[in-house]
Design a binder for this molecule. Structure first.
Ligand SMILES: CC(C)(COP(=O)(O)OP(=O)(O)OC[C@H]1O[C@@H](n2cnc3c(N)ncnc32)[C@H](O)[C@@H]1OP(=O)(O)O)[C@@H](O)C(=O)NCCC(=O)NCCS
Length: 307
């Protein structure tokens, strides 16, 4: 039990799955992504799903995944609608911070949607700092961009080694302040390319004069079981357009979601290419999602290996 709230905490187990799904059904009109990743979360041995209990009833949970032995990422905070606005998420967040700290974290990262006021309040009152921002764009199922889908014959598969090197030198990574997106999770790329690239289903590129001139990294999207997520796209504007149209052809009419680093002037080439193909920004090119980090005082980030 906490001092002021009649709640306690424990790990979520596979037996809790029906209750977790019930809580998710009340989130974002039933469009929560957690049900699609829940089995993986419950099976993972490098992460923890921490539950909040009121009596015996699970009323909320949050997921913590290790991006290195000293970098913890928080995501998927959910509180049952009947229990909101009583400080439960704040208590859970504090519990997760204490747990991550106890397990050796030197830094904690997370992302927040721009108008999620409770989450913004919680992170900003715990000394988290905004370190990156992204604009979300989408091609809805059968939406206008799909009319521009075209498979390009010169698109090649790229090895993860070559992709990793390209990403390291990319304008995308620089504009993203070193974070590589996978949907709403953002990997600090300096910790290594292995984890984020393992989440991608396609690494596709274009070669010009024998060298890799453009790269698209694609993973599973969240809007539908067949949705794709264009997590990374860089190259010349013409090459990015070829790759984006190729990705639309792979989607075959299914939704394609894209994360673009927020440019101060809102005019970077990637945003222009995607909007030129008809991808719709969620909020008129305003930054939709912010990445926050909080270093934990007195901890050093020596080890970069996966936990
Ligand atoms: C976001 C969410 C987890 C918050 O849970 P909660 O238990 O209601 O949050 P808390 O009661 O701990 O409130 C946290 C803070 O936000 C404030 N707050 C709550 N609702 C607010 C609102 N609509 N506008 C502004 N502030 C708000 C609270 O006053 C509190 O601040 P304080 O402690 O300084 O007073 C919950 O609403 C939820 O599950 N939402 C759906 C999923 C989601 O958005 N998850 C987070 C993104 S991963």
């Amino acid at each position: 039990m906490t001092d002021s709230l009649p709640i306690s905490f424990r790990r979520v187990t596979p037996d809790d799955k029906p209750r977790v799904l019930e809580i998710c059904a009340g989130v974002w009109d039933g469009h929560d992504y957690v049900p699609s990743v829940l089995d993986a979360w419950l099976a993972a041995d490098d992460a923890d799903l921490i539950g909040v209990l009121a009596g015996d009833a699970l009323v909320g949970f949050g997921h913590c995944v290790w991006m290195s032995s000293t970098y913890a990422w928080f995501e998927g905070l959910r509180i049952d609608s009947a229990w909101r606005n009583r400080g439960v998420a704040r208590a859970l967040h504090e519990r997760m911070l204490a747990w991550a700290y106890g397990a050796g974290a030197a830094r904690v990262g997370l992302s927040v949607y721009l108008d999620n006021q409770p989450s913004l309040r919680i992170v900003e009152s715990h000394a988290f700092e905004r370190v990156a921002g992204f604009v979300v764009l989408e091609a809805p199922a059968e939406g206008a961009p799909h009319a521009r889908a075209r498979a390009a014959e010169d698109v090649v598969r790229v090895s993860s080694v070559e992709a990793a090197d390209y990403i390291n030198r990319s304008a995308f990574l620089e504009q993203a302040h070193g974070f590589f997106p996978r949907n709403w999770r953002f990997y600090p790329y300096a910790l290594g390319s292995e984890q984020p690239l393992a989440q991608m289903t396609h690494l596709l590129g274009l070669r010009r004069g024998g060298r890799l001139a453009a790269l698209a990294c694609i993973g599973a999207g969240e809007a539908a079981p067949t949705a794709l997520a264009l997590n990374f796209l860089d190259g010349s504007p013409d090459d990015m357009a070829i790759l984006a149209r190729h990705v639309l052809s792979l989607a075959g009419g299914a939704p394609v979601e894209a994360m673009a680093p927020a440019a101060g002037s809102n005019s970077n080439a990637l945003l222009e290419v995607l909007s030129g193909l008809g991808f719709a920004p969620w909020n008129d090119f305003a930054t939709d999602v912010f990445v926050y980090e909080r270093p934990i005082a007195g901890r050093s980030e020596g080890a970069l290996s996966s936990k």
